[in-house]
Design a binder for this molecule. Sequence first.
Ligand code: 13P
Ligand code: SF4
Length: 313
Amino acid sequence: MEREQLKSDIQRLRREKNAVILAHYYTEPDIQDIADFVGDSLALAQSAARTEADIIVMCGVHFMGETCKILCPDKKVVVPDLEAGCSLSDSCRAADLRAFIDEHPGYKVISYVNTTAEVKALSDVVVTSSNARRVVDSYPKDEKLIFGPDKNLGAYINSITGRDMLLWNGGCHVHGRFSLQAILALKAEHPGAKVLVHPECPAAIQAVADEIGSTAGLLKYSVECPAREFIVATESGILHKMQQASPDKTFYPAPPEMTESIGCSCNECIYMRLNTLDKLYRALLNETPEIVVAPDVSEKAMKPIRKMLELSK
Ligand code: 13P
Ligand code: SF4
């Protein structure tokens, strides 16, 4: 179907079905442009928690759909592609976390939102990269904490809070593969450019950052900073909103290490990119594939998510 026809059919179905389309900054530009709301992981959860729509179409990855469903158990939550997973979420299986918790009695468990509902159900509180510092700071200094699954975000929070949280050894395949050498070469070509880095990147990449933050935090910085050029070390989908917000500035995607499987000079999340306009249209039309979370898991996972939302007000 023609793109323009798809877009107008999506608009019509959204109105007819009282559906809301939420999208993460890492989705393709057409999806961001048609969404009712585009945001980072925290803003998407906040948006889901307050929506009055009957159907939520979550254009992002599976754990984002689960978070919507847990927050809105009575609504229908659909996603364009059920296969849109997350390598970070995959790096922490609930059974392994359960065993780790049992080995460390007396520890509170802080889980990144990039986790399955089952992992959240084992956690005391959930965080995103926007609020991780604030949530960690809400615990007394001598509280024993486990942080997972992203080891880079955990190490970053340890470094800025002076904590010694036990870190899960997980990571994201996108943020883990930026090339320091290529970023430095780009910086040498554009010495005035500010380097923007997501905290899921390794410490060596964080070390050359002018700003470290969540996708929303980096977008805000790019708008407020008077610099004209930016090198962006996070999934390249965010450049779309950055460019829209600052049309007169120049944004360079930080290059990944080149491997046979990555032929381009930008860094895309294969899972986020499974969201397409065509699949979004079909998800709205057929109201599938639907996100389902077992009620007992949902009930347990709701508490740490709600706690995070309370701490983020
Ligand atoms: P934020 O949207 O919280 O910055 O997280 C990035 C990410 O990797 C989402 O999967
Ligand atoms: Fe997961 Fe990384 Fe993709 Fe985000 S960018 S959804 S953390 S694999």
